[in-house]
Design a protein around this ligand. Structure first.
Ligand code: UDP
Length: 319
């Protein structure tokens, strides 16, 4: 089995590549290193089952060759991270829509099963907790750039479902909730690597707003297991699945946990959203996945506790 992973040098992509290679499978990575890093996959490059192409998924002639040659596609290449979305909105919208268009068009030409990595952002600011796959998306206005990410990913989902219904392309849509682990960078705003680095450097730990907003954090190895299980199950085709962990923690409690685990003397500093991002920035108070659909189909159950994951991330940054 040869899996093509777009965004394979990224945080989740590199863990997926490692997982598939460990099962003796072949992996082809295409990544333009925009947010991914070669360092993420350097330890895998001795493996003869791995091929790496440093290029953009917008390079259609290359993508045609790679897609023709592979058995399945994990389409993970995307612009991610709230900070990146606000600072570079053109890149976010174009990468997420045009890139997926290219992948799906070529996947359809050769009828290759494709997993689309979507996001919990597509639920938007809905307060109907927990989020179930068939729930409404509730977006804010277009003048607030955060929502461009949610909309661009919703378009990807619509397009993939359209290819499935109209052209019989086998697709699987996964909505990833907050995923964390070693190799994730804090550069684009993700909270856990940001807090870990701040704690280790004894810088103030920046909790936005009152810190009572809450998230559920899944270990990347659990998520990768889920993606592979869904791609291996014929009943997942044409369906949308939440993938994540459903244990919730407030951001303030997270800051305190990271501080304690890192043995840090950092102060916890509350920062208003307007200062961290832009005037009128909208955040979600809570974001909890209902994971019963993936669990019932594949037996998926998150195994790694949050504290264990934080420990892995602390060790990663200490190195
Ligand atoms: N956050 C924070 N301090 C930071 C970075 C993020 O308090 O330095 C908060 C952010 O406002 C959000 C939560 O942590 O409520 C998770 O943020 P992240 O960007 O990791 O993921 P999101 O769930 O927003 O996509």
């Amino acid at each position: 089995m040869n899996s093509l992973i777009t965004g394979g040098a990224g945080f989740i992509g590199s863990h997926l590549a490692e997982f598939l290679l460990s099962k003796g499978e072949e992996v082809t990575i295409v990544d333009n290193l925009s947010t991914g890093k070669f360092e993420n996959i350097r330890h895998l490059t001795d493996n003869p089952n791995l091929r790496v192409h440093i290029d953009t998924i917008l390079n259609e002639p290359l993508m045609e060759l790679l897609i023709k040659d592979c058995d399945v596609i994990y389409h993970l290449a995307a612009a991610v991270g709230v900070r990146l979305i606000i600072e570079r909105p053109v890149e976010t919208i174009e990468t997420n829509t045009i890139g997926t268009e290219v992948v799906l068009k070529l996947a359809n030409r050769y009828k290759k099963k494709t997993l689309i990595a979507s996001t919990s952002e597509v639920y938007g600011k809905s307060d109907k907790i927990p989020f179930k796959e068939e729930d409404d998306s509730v977006f804010g206005p277009t003048i607030k750039s955060r929502w461009s990410y949610a909309c661009s990913k919703a378009i990807d989902e619509f397009l993939a479902l359209a290819y499935f219904h109209e052209k019989k392309l086998p697709i699987v849509i996964t909505r990833l909730f907050n995923t964390i682990g070693p190799r994730q960078t804090g550069q684009y705003g993700m909270v856990v690597p940001t807090f870990v680095q701040q704690a280790l450097l004894k810088h103030p730990i920046t909790v936005y707003d009152d810190g009572q907003q809450a998230r559920c954090f899944a270990n990347v190895t659990d998520v990768v297991w889920g993606l592979h299980a869904l791609m291996s199950d014929p009943d997942a085709v044409g369906e949308v699945f939440n993938v994540g962990n459903n244990k919730e923690i407030s951001i303030l409690a997270l800051a305190e946990l990271v501080k304690e685990m890192a043995g840090s003397e950092s102060e916890i500093q509350f920062v208003p959203y307007e200062k961290a991002f832009e005037q009128g920035f909208e955040d979600m108070r809570r974001r909890v996945p209902d994971i019963s659909k993936i669990s019932e189909l594949t037996g998926y159950a998150p195994k790694v506790e949050l504290s264990e994951t934080i420990q892995q991330i602390i060790e990663y940054y200490q190195k």
